[in-house]
Ligand binder design. Structure first.
Ligand code: AMP
Length: 210
């Protein structure tokens, strides 16, 4: 085997934080395909556990149906397991819907440092409030997600504003936040996100939490 001395290719590790209805799920799938990394959606993990009737599912079901956040203690173990699996399988990850509280962000930071798998960038999508509501109500009639009733939708947006949105300042202050205008066609959002994440990955060669 020839040793070229070239650095091993660095796979993307990123966080995606955006309000309900901003297109996280759709974009995450496309971005993961482009970068060849694993998609971890904490919301999907929890919904699957509820559908399977597991013990974890029974502990989180009521939070999901109300649109409240699952307690940080239950989220941490899931994320640790999924991130380790992702890094082993593809060398990278896009975490969709995590972190959602400052405590989760701080826990993730400590864990990432410990494991040497810190994120390179944090991506967020800007979408006007009225557009979010329209999209979510539209999705409710098509997908029939349990937490897509009008009351729950409004509550989830409120929970995002009070508990999750403050994280954007936290990451902006650390100079790692990428904001993408997501009130435009899906392909344009994907292209803008890819461009910004590629730039972050190139510039990084150095993960944000080193
Ligand atoms: P999502 O699919 O990202 O919209 O998440 C659906 C639901 O899963 C949320 O409304 C929460 O109840 C729960 N959830 C997902 N991710 C988290 C997280 N990081 N922290 C707490 N709860 C979460």
């Amino acid at each position: 085997m020839e040793l070229t001395g070239r650095a091993v290719e660095q796979r993307l590790r990123a966080l995606l934080i955006a309000p309900p209805g901003a297109g996280k799920g759709t974009q995450a799938v496309r971005l993961c395909a482009h970068f060849g990394v694993s998609h971890i959606s904490t919301g999907e993990v929890f919904r699957r556990e509820v559908d399977r009737g597991t013990e974890l599912g029974s502990r989180v079901a009521a939070y999901l149906s109300r649109g409240d956040l699952v307690p940080d203690g239950l989220v941490g173990d899931v994320v640790r397991f999924e991130v380790l699996r992702a890094v082993a399988e593809t060398g990278g990850y896009l975490l969709d819907g995590f972190p959602r509280t400052l405590a989760q962000a701080e826990g993730a930071h400590a864990l990432a440092l410990e494991l040497g798998i810190a994120a390179h960038a944090v991506l967020t999508f800007d979408v006007p409030r009225a557009v979010l509501l329209d999209r979510l109500l539209g999705r409710a009639s098509v997908e029939g997600r349990h937490d897509d009733t009008e009351d729950t939708i409004c509550h989830r947006i409120e929970v995002y504003d009070t508990q999750t949105a403050p994280l954007l300042d936290y990451y902006a202050r650390r100079g790692v936040l990428i904001r993408v205008d997501a009130d435009r066609p899906v392909d344009e959002v994907t292209a803008a996100s890819i461009e910004a994440l590629e730039a972050a990955l190139t510039a990084a060669g150095a993960p944000i939490d080193r």
